[in-house]
Design a protein around this ligand. Structure first.
Ligand code: ADP
Ligand code: MG
Length: 338
């Protein structure tokens, strides 16, 4: 039976749709020999992001978060799979984008990096850094660009803008540099921004003000974020939905409050028990998982979490990595033992 019309109309077309995305890194002990070993950094992941929505990508170091972000921003090529971006009704396939479409792509998709000390060119002034995309995209005349850059500095809280325009990164604090990076990302009005742990290198005392700034600007600029963090409490603060990643796989994805109130995957439960969320509404159990995260080097086809799982059964040991079970309300879990 077909769906009733109202349902179809209510569904928004996703801004970003990731399908069967993979990134394998070849590793070879001998440079003269072909690589037969592969790190499965990102291994067949699927998710969507709606216009204006913020999706958190959460997991321990090494699970493939940055690789995912870098494929979505085209800094790393995908091994296989699709990344579709809706550009005003037209779909751009990011994974197979033509060179001639790169400029248009850069106008829509921007990235904010973890390290504001590394991501800004030390020899460029704040003005040059923020205006660069306007120049590359050939937007406006010089005077309009100057006005636009000043407006952005104002909106990211670097005021008065005149006192920042001609400074160099070494004259700025970490927080100020990250504000410059945010202004640089938003100056051309992108629709999608990947933010890779944008506050984790900053002083604890200023993290919250940068997070608040990013929330305010997401609203004002109507951008969607893929917000990468290893910290569930940060994802809760920043994101509408959360995807939990483990060794290259997304193991659970759900709206933020649903995920925190009703975590179903043993790994999500373990993460939650390790990272206290300051809210008594969420009852927390102690979940111990064995061992530490390793590398997904030539992983066997079984569940990627099996070695650390407290509930693994014979079925888990003899079956492929589980697909998603749909629990309703956008809650998907990849586990045989719910
Ligand atoms: P995260 O951002 O979650 O910490 P990454 O995406 O940086 O994880 O890394 C995922 C896995 O891919 C790790 O095992 C990492 O060592 C490996 N990896 C990342 N970049 C490369 C690379 N350029 N060459 C080989 N392996 C890499
Ligand atoms: Mg990373």
């Amino acid at each position: 039976m077909t769906e009733p019309m109202t349902d179809i109309a209510a569904k928004t077309t996703p801004l970003v749709k990731v399908e069967n995305l993979r990134k394998l890194y070849p590793v070879s002990k001998n440079i003269f020999r072909e690589a037969h070993d592969f790190v499965h950094a990102v291994d067949d992941i699927n998710f969507e992001i709606a216009p204006g929505e913020s999706l958190g990508l959460v997991g321990e170091s090494g699970c493939g978060k940055s690789t995912t972000g870098r494929m979505l921003t085209k800094l790393t090529d995908a091994t296989s799979g699709q990344i579709l971006l809706d550009d005003k009704g037209e779909l751009i396939d990011i994974a197979h984008i033509q060179r001639s479409d790169m400029r248009r792509f850069r106008r829509r998709v921007q990235m904010i990096f973890q390290d504001p000390f590394e991501s800004l060119n030390p020899r460029r002034t704040v003005y040059d850094t923020v205006a660069e995309s306007l120049t590359v995209q050939r937007i406006g005349r010089v005077q309009e660009r100057e006005e636009r850059v000043a407006e952005l500095l104002h909106r990211v809280g670097l005021t008065p803008p005149e006192s920042f325009l001609f400074r160099y990164p070494h004259e700025l604090s970490g927080g100020q540099r990250q504000r410059v990076a945010i202004a640089r990302a938003l100056v051309i009005d992108p629709t999608f921004v990947v933010a890779d742990e944008p506050t984790s290198m900053l002083d604890v005392s200023i993290r919250i003000s940068i997070m608040d700034l990013m929330l305010k600007l997401a609203d004002e600029f109507n951008v969607s974020y893929l917000y990468i963090t290893h910290d569930l409490a940060v994802a809760r603060y920043m994101c509408d939905r959360i995807a939990v990643m483990y060794l290259g796989k997304i193991v659970e994805i759900a709206p933020t409050e649903e995920l925190l109130a009703n975590p179903r995957h043993p790994y999500t439960r373990a993460l939650l028990s390790a990272v206290p969320v300051p809210d008594p509404a969420y009852k927390r159990e102690r979940v111990d998982i064995k061992g530490g995260i390793s590398k997904a080097l030539n992983p066997p086809p079984v569940c990627r979490f099996i070695e650390r799982c407290p509930r693994a059964t014979d079925q888990c040991r003899t079956s492929d990595h589980p697909g998603f079970d749909d629990l309703g309300n956008g809650h998907l879990v990849a586990c045989y033992n719910l």
